[in-house]
Design a protein around this ligand. Structure first.
Ligand code: TXA
Ligand code: MG
Length: 333
């Protein structure tokens, strides 16, 4: 069984050594917990795929501790530098042409690499002490709900790994936004995430850079470039049904769970009922989403009904509803 380490100076030094020697460590970030290995060590990175049961065609994100490390890993352009300076450390992942030091296993053989600096104190300490970039996908078995606490990692990967760093519950609770930034005139959002499209557009205002969403533009085809994005993902074992709005007063059939986006005013939540937010805050809903899905899934219900977030263009609702839709998708395509 994995051991959960508190972020003391001694534990961090120990875990940094584990990483340098080719071991795996589950690490906290501001989005979700990641399963990390030295990104320059192909053997260590292959173990990530084995532990997660992740297909080799699904590339990993490389995390670095400082912006002066990224030049060695990827080819940046003006727009990419600007985005990095604006959002890093933070939940934005940039896809850029890779440099030869990055092993092919990390990028699934693509000629691009995904990079970000996480905005999480303990993750940054570990990155600085390990002195190597860390490849880290979310620390969940492939296809299951992403972890937002050390306990979540322990529950699903605890038998397969030995080291989990506890950095508390994740602040955003939803993965980073993945942006293809190879074309300095046109940024393509491959995965909606904690940085919203509106924030990206605001940061690029006045620069004549287009921000487009891969999903809207190419339908499912964008998945060819970001393979993890097409399949059923983030999914509970219990069947999940999405609705625009759940009636507050209807009878709750036995063995059915309900997840409200916003707690109905005045109503008390019953057993097998949850709400993602108390007052309709998208940030709160994102933060709680995966923990609530895991809790509901653990009840062994026959079905779960979940309310979509009220969609506003360019807001965090896009990332929340993207995750809910994938979680509800029936099968791997
Ligand atoms: O917030 C996050 O991004 C978390 C934390 C741990 O940093 N990580 C995460 O990793 O969500 P993962 O592996 O679960 O998702 C990474 C996504 C996948 O959909 C993958 O296909 C895409 O990024 N990706 C990685 N490298 C890529 C590349 N070179 N080109 C296109 N997509 C890429
Ligand atoms: Mg993932």
């Amino acid at each position: 069984m994995a051991r959960i380490y508190q972020p003391t100076a001694r534990n961090l030094a120990h875990l940094a050594r584990v990483l340098r020697r080719g071991g795996l460590v589950a690490i906290p970030t501001e989005t979700v917990y990641g399963l990390a290995a030295n990104a320059l060590d192909a053997r260590a990175c292959r173990r990530i795929f084995r532990v997660k049961g992740r297909p080799a065609r699904d590339p990993l994100i490389v995390h670095v501790g400082h912006i002066n490390q990224v030049d060695a890993l990827a080819g940046f352009n003006e727009t990419a530098w600007h985005l990095a300076r604006t959002f890093w450390p933070g939940p934005l992942t940039l896809i850029l042409p890779k440099k030869p030091v990055v092993p092919a296993v990390v990028t699934a053989g693509l000629d691009t690499v995904a990079l970000r600096i996480p905005a999480h104190q303990e993750a940054l300490w570990l990155l600085h002490q390990a002195r190597v970039p860390l490849a880290a996908p979310s620390a969940n078995p492939f296809g299951y709900i992403s972890p937002t606490t050390a306990r979540h990692v322990q529950e699903t990967l605890g038998r397969k790994i030995r080291h989990i760093l506890d950095g508390g519950p994740c602040k955003h609770g939803i993965e980073s936004t993945v942006v293809d930034a190879r074309d300095p005139k046109r940024c393509v959002i491959l995965r909606a995430g904690a940085v919203t499209a509106a924030q990206l557009r605001a940061a690029l205002r006045g620069r004549k850079v287009k921000v487009v969403s891969a999903r809207k533009r190419a339908g499912g085809r964008a998945g060819l470039r970001a393979p993890g994005l097409l399949s059923r993902h983030y999914s509970p074992r219990t069947r999940l049904h999405l609705v625009r709005s759940l009636g507050a007063s209807a009878d709750l059939p036995a063995e059915t769970g309900r997840i409200f986006f916003r707690k109905p005013a005045g109503a008390k939540l019953r057993e097998n009922e949850w709400s993602l937010s108390t007052r309709g805050s998208l940030a709160e809903a994102a933060r709680r989403l995966y923990a609530v899905l895991r809790e509901a899934d653990a009840r062994g219900l026959r079905r779960i009904e979940a309310e979509l977030a009220p969609a506003t263009e360019g807001s965090l609702a896009e990332a929340i509803n993207d995750r809910l839709r994938r979680a509800a998708a029936r099968r791997i395509r």
